[in-house]
Design a protein around this ligand. Structure first.
Ligand SMILES: Cc1cc2nc3c(=O)[nH]c(=O)nc-3n(C[C@H](O)[C@H](O)[C@H](O)COP(=O)(O)O)c2cc1C
Length: 461
């Protein structure tokens, strides 16, 4: 091709044209291609010779300008050639179709290089069929991809709610409500949150040295609403103080992860802020949830239960490192801690009062079971599932029993026995861990081993 490009003069060269026609249509020209060959010859003779020569030189030398660019071809692309084409071979078309992300290769049997002139109808049919096909695919993709439905579908993922905070260049606190928080890595400790590029705070967050993630409690719904708004002084509505890194830490949060900026990742209409956790705190408050555009309170208001009818027995399955806390009676039988109502530490008959009397520092998590008494319909039993901080006081009655040994205990109430059997069953199903490793090797570690302080310590100490 380069030789031919160099040989082409400024004037129409009958010999060169004859050689080209022979290359394209064969020599001698088969009778069925005579018309096509004549058309091509007329075109070559009528073409501006200088322009043709320049274009040919460009064709011979311009490959390097386009090398590797097929991968960027976003649109569906058809690479078509003839099975007998020695210039643009089937192998070349197939290679190009492989490189283009939505490339297709089509080889027309028996066709030669100038199939557009020799068999225009056939070529056009294949091109229109390709265009129709891609139009159909695009239309069905449009119909399938409804952005509002997409948001709705995403909303079915039940999340917590956070307020992400930082300090802008002027030294002012900035914050926004986010539920795109995710833990990323244990070693090093990384978390992430996504911020919309159209958020007023995007500039401040994407250029900041770090940020704090405040995980909200059930009591912070109002703050969530304010930080999801464009209010000018969002921080006037909360009590906050600068954390170790200077990022605002909001009082009353369930947990706070104070982070240095580890990496900023550009992702569509959002930026992903990946933070390296510098400092963190957490407590036993009930976290706020969010699902399908509404707040949910998985903790089920303990306050509502505090006012439960006097007959309500409120108990707790309190776990510490795979063992459950029981109180052992003098006759060797075992009971879960329970009282009349949830109450308070100074109400000796209530669950909280009984726990306080034995210096048991418990975090009552979520409601686990509720049932009516089989013999006395006015009595309801309510059990929480929670955690307890070890070590426990030396109270002789307190026993921590391995979950798989609970079935051996003498427990008077059959309803409690069957609840504990369910607990043991579900607890093994729940035993989820964190995959630690890379794409070739790694292991699933139980959360408790991987991050003992975060997973097990539940008290306030
Ligand atoms: C529950 C909830 C979760 C949200 N999650 C995110 C999120 O993950 N990322 C985000 O950029 N915006 C999120 N938003 C919206 C922002 O909070 C909202 O756009 C806010 O106005 C941004 O503040 P700014 O524009 O003052 O920076 C969420 C809002 C709510 C109510």
């Amino acid at each position: 091709v380069r030789e031919r490009a160099a040989a082409l003069g400024g004037h129409g060269d009958p010999q060169a044209i004859a050689a080209t026609i022979a290359r394209w249509f064969g020599d001698p020209i088969p009778p069925d291609l005579a018309d096509a060959a004549a058309t091509a010859q007329t075109a070559l003779e009528g073409v501006d010779a200088e322009g043709y020569a320049r274009t040919y030189r460009l064709f011979a030398s311009a490959d390097t300008a386009h090398v590797d660019r097929l991968a960027e071809l976003a649109a569906p692309a058809l690479f078509m050639t003839g099975s007998e084409d020695r210039n643009s071979t089937p192998a070349m078309s197939a290679a190009m179709a492989r490189l283009a992300p939505s490339g297709q290769c089509l080889v027309l049997s028996g066709e030669k290089h100038m199939m557009t002139i020799a068999s225009p109808r056939k070529v056009t049919q294949h091109i229109t069929a390709f265009l129709d096909r891609t139009a159909d695919v695009a239309a069905s993709a449009d119909a399938a991809f409804d952005a509002i439905e997409f948001r709705r579908a995403l909303g079915s993922f039940l999340t917590g709610v956070t307020i992400v905070t930082t300090v802008d260049e002027a030294g002012d606190p900035r914050g926004f409500t986010a539920n795109s928080f995710t833990s990323v890595s244990l070693e090093p400790p990384l978390v992430l949150v996504c911020i919309a590029k159209k958020a007023l705070g995007h500039q401040a967050f994407s250029t900041s040295r770090g940020f704090a993630i405040n995980i909200l409690s059930e009591d912070q719904k109002a703050a969530s609403g304010i930080f999801a708004s464009k209010a000018a002084d969002k921080f006037a509505s909360v009590i906050w103080q600068p954390g170790q890194t200077g990022n605002p830490v909001i009082e009353g949060s369930v947990a706070v992860f104070d982070c240095d900026m580890e990496q900023l990742v550009d992702a569509g209409d959002h930026s992903i802020l990946i933070g390296r956790v510098h400092d963190f705190t957490h407590n036993g408050a009930q976290p706020l949830g969010y699902c399908r555009g509404a707040y949910v309170t998985p903790g089920l208001s303990q306050e509502a239960l505090a006012a439960a009818p006097p007959g309500t027995e409120v108990g707790a399955i309190l776990e510490s490192e795979g063992r459950v806390l029981f109180l052992e009676a003098a006759d060797g039988s075992h009971q879960l801690p329970a009282g009349h109502g949830l109450g308070a530490a100074n109400d000796a008959r209530s669950l909280r009062g009984k726990l306080a009397a034995k210096a048991i520092d418990a975090d009552l998590g979520f409601l686990y079971a509720v049932w009516d008494d089989a013999t006395d319909a006015s009595r309801t039993h309510v059990y929480y599932r929670g955690t307890v901080s070890a070590p426990l006081s030396g109270d002789g009655q307190i026993r921590l029993v391995d979950i798989d040994r609970m079935a051996d205990l003498k427990i008077a109430d059959p309803a409690v026995r069957s609840m504990l059997a369910r607990y043991a069953r579900e607890r093994t199903e729940d035993q989820f861990g964190v995959y630690v490793g890379n794409e070739v090797e790694g292991e699933v570690r139980p959360l408790a081993k991987a991050a003992p302080s975060a997973a097990i310590h539940s008290g306030h100490g």
